[in-house]
Design a protein around this ligand. Structure first.
Ligand code: ADP
Ligand code: MG
Length: 377
């Protein structure tokens, strides 16, 4: 009986993997910040562990109601940058093997997206996913060179602000005025390569060079003021590294792409007190984030029509989202009781693109039902 149960479980698991395709969702809960220390308030976020959802479950308490979710992986506030990277490094590696990879950081402003992606500048132990990925890629390149592989690597960095692309590596002195005159038209060729007209593309040879460019890009990123965070990022940051490899012995060729994306804050309209320009920003952000979830949802369901063209972000990344490409969504969540509504929204967004929320039949799809049976059945 037990063995039978085990094989049913395995079958279900494989079906889920098939249904999900190459889309994974991680959740990361940051620690409470110093001025958020909750005192006697009951904890709003907890991490129930059963043998079946070990390291994958998270519960949120909102107005006394419990909401449970299961993802591919849940990182607790104590999880280090290193622990997060260990779970991501294989995915990064696959870009060197010729895969197209997208890693997104999603969440409200202040939930830890930039910390997850970039880390703390100047603090080496606290480096985020982007610098760690680059180090790994250049280290592996060295190793693979001994096996006859020659690599060329190019990076570009852009932001999408109000559905408009801005080049973050442009050296043009006229800066933003100049950028506005440019079209930055997105084109995909027959080989699945994306070209953005006028976008600066830089050949790179070391992680140091890329670090320098990242620094430059960070300086030219646009930041706005909202009630939530003085330096809140109101744009999507897209780091793209194209990796072209040729094996001189076998003449085998690979073309991988690594996209690392720090998404704009997902907070809803009311909370950031938006009017005027801020309102327009927020609407553009909401539109592109819901387009992103629509696209990933459609891909997961293997829909025939995937609405890539509904936003700049999804259209830009189209060749890196479909097919045999690999996508990881890291959903960042604040554990603060004051953020509980936004956190629930983020967890639901994540549930929509992959796992399941237990006990909300309205939202369940076949993938979610299967997952629920696997985890709790
Ligand atoms: P976002 O980019 O989503 O707006 P940040 O990455 O800037 O959020 O994080 C907000 C604050 O929380 C920053 O001060 C950051 O250093 C801190 N923080 C976020 N995640 C962590 C973490 N895992 N460990 C420690 N501090 C964190
Ligand atoms: Mg940020």
């Amino acid at each position: 009986k037990l063995v039978e149960g085990e094989s049913v479980r395995k079958k279900l698991h494989n079906t889920i993997l098939e249904l999900k395709g190459n889309i994974r969702v991680f959740c990361r809960v940051r620690p409470l910040l110093f001025d958020e220390a909750a005192g006697d308030e009951p904890k709003a976020v907890s991490f129930p562990t059963t043998t079946e959802n070990l390291g994958r479950g998270i519960e949120l308490l909102q107005h006394g109601q419990k909401h449970s979710f299961v993802y591919d992986k849940v990182f607790v506030p104590e999880s280090s940058q290193e622990e997060v990277f260990v779970e991501v490094s294989q995915l990064v590696q696959s870009a060197l093997d010729g895969y197209k990879v997208c890693i997104f950081a999603y969440g409200q402003t202040g939930s830890g997206k930039t910390h997850t992606m970039m880390g703390t500048p100047g603090n080496d132990d606290d480096k985020g996913l982007i610098p760690r990925s680059l180090e790994q890629i250049f280290e592996c390149r060295q190793t693979l060179q001994n096996q006859g592989w020659k690599y060329e690597m190019q990076v570009s960095m852009l932001e999408i602000y109000n559905e408009t692309i801005r080049d973050l590596l442009t050296t043009s002195r006229t800066g933003s005025t100049d950028s506005r005159a440019k079209q930055y038209a997105i084109k995909h060729d027959a080989n699945g390569n994306t070209h953005v007209s006028d976008l600066t593309v830089v050949d790179v040879h070391s992680s140091r060079e890329v670090a320098f460019l990242l620094n430059r890009a960070a300086q030219s990123r646009s930041v706005g003021m909202t009630q939530m965070n003085e330096q809140s990022s109101r744009s999507h940051f897209v780091f793209t590294m194209r990796i072209m490899g040729v094996n001189e012995g076998t003449e085998q060729q690979v073309q991988g792409v690594l996209n690392l994306i720090d998404l704009a804050g997902s907070e809803r309209l009311s909370k950031s007190g938006s009017t005027g320009d801020r309102l327009k920003e927020t609407q553009a952000i909401n539109k592109s984030l819901s387009s992103l979830s629509d696209v990933i949802f459609a891909l997961a369901k293997k829909d025939e029509h995937v609405p890539f063209r509904n936003s700049k972000l999804t259209y830009l990344l189209q060749p890196c989202l479909g097919g045999d490409s690999k996508t990881l969504m890291v959903v960042n969540v604040s554990p603060a009781p004051s953020s509980i509504n936004e956190s629930l929204c983020s967890l639901r967004f994540a549930a929509r693109v992959n796992a399941c929320e237990i006990g909300t039949p309205r939202r369940q799809t076949s993938v979610k039902q299967l997952d629920a049976r696997l985890s709790y059945g």
